[in-house]
Ligand binder design. Sequence first.
Ligand SMILES: Cc1cc2nc3c(=O)[nH]c(=O)nc-3n(C[C@H](O)[C@H](O)[C@H](O)COP(=O)(O)OP(=O)(O)OC[C@H]3O[C@@H](n4cnc5c(N)ncnc54)[C@H](O)[C@@H]3O)c2cc1C
Length: 401
Amino acid sequence: MDLSLYEGSPVLVQGESPVQRVLGEIMSSWVVTVFGFNLLMTTRARWVERIFGGLDKMYLIHRRSGVIAAVLLLVHFGTVPRHPVFSAGKPMGFAAMALIILGIAFAAAPLMKRKIPYHKWVNGHRLMGLFYVVGIAHALSVPTLIAQLPIVRTYVFGMALLGCASWFYRAFVFRLVHRPAPYTIAKVRRFGGSVVEICMAPKKAPLEHEAGQFVFLSFDQHSPKESHPFTIASAPTEEELRIVIKASGDFTSDLVAQVDTGEQVRVEGPYGHLTQGHFGSGEQVWIAGGIGITPFLALAHSLADSGKKTKLLWSVRSKDEAYFDDELRTLAQGSATFDYEIWQSNEQGYLSVDGAGGRETFRGKDVIICGPSAFRDSLMTQLEKAGTKSRQIHSEEFAFR
Ligand SMILES: Cc1cc2nc3c(=O)[nH]c(=O)nc-3n(C[C@H](O)[C@H](O)[C@H](O)COP(=O)(O)OP(=O)(O)OC[C@H]3O[C@@H](n4cnc5c(N)ncnc54)[C@H](O)[C@@H]3O)c2cc1C
């Protein structure tokens, strides 16, 4: 390998392997790039959301690429030659690396996910941006080949600036720019002890949204510092926002048991790409699992008579958990193009492609799935086996970590 370009470079010290130096710095430039994009994703900017196909998908990529960047960081540390002369950049780099690796292990470990409540976990995770800034300070204060090659330097420090600016924006500016809309709870309906429906009236201008989108809600009377994502179940034409919440942890169980009319809610958003504009223009099959019915309530009310043939399959454990059965049946009866069927897994077993009529039910149609991850993954695999193209299958993640 001819590395004569670097001969006489003050970066290379005697006896140092140029191959290791180049490899180590390639790794560091990738680390800067991947973390730079990861921090960009946390800004929740609309144009970034569009690139990644929705906030839920964006967080999924954020999770995976974070782990990849940690591996690249370790390879950088293992390959880049050490300078014999001490500089402040060296301990800084080591500290940044150790903190980033620990931070990613903390964020990704299943045990941590089970044991630490989401809001505490996310507050700790936000420190990752600060560790990145320390890493960039390290890169600026040690001698590198990157700093000597103008094009590479522009690229790498450009990515570093993107990452640092994104972190700064999310940490200090986001709250000032994205002021949540104030709403008051106007109606509350409880179903079976584990699900609550709330309808909220706007105190100022109502939020504009598309059917299928979600918002982040903070409830002034219930852990006001936490904001949780919930899908809007009302159609965009309705002024009140309807949200249906299932108890799945401390926060949602508290809401299901206690939330009441008159309470104040702050609404931030909307986000998400589970909307008609992102599906094809032909026939559709919607598949909901349990609480995954929420986007379809909004979508079904917005179908009106669009002329687009749509079939909704709602899988519930038993008929008494199909709280919106009457509402959906009424919509289907009043429409020539909207068809609705309920699937009771206690009597019929788990919903499957064969159970839903086999490949003919789905041939050439866009399939939209929302429900628990195991339910969605199983149906997606079956659909792909039955010949549905992956670009025709749309779904939404109901968890961000
Ligand atoms: C895009 C999207 C739409 C959703 N729509 C609905 C809906 O319409 N109805 C409904 O009942 N549920 C919905 N959820 C799920 C709902 O957000 C979680 O059930 C709720 O946040 C759980 O909080 P908890 O503290 O009660 O439970 P926990 O046991 O603390 O959390 C359970 C899991 O929910 C996720 N979670 C918890 N807190 C947050 C948070 N602040 N932000 C992001 N994720 C979090 C985490 O993955 C966590 O592991 C949606 C989730 C997403 C991502």
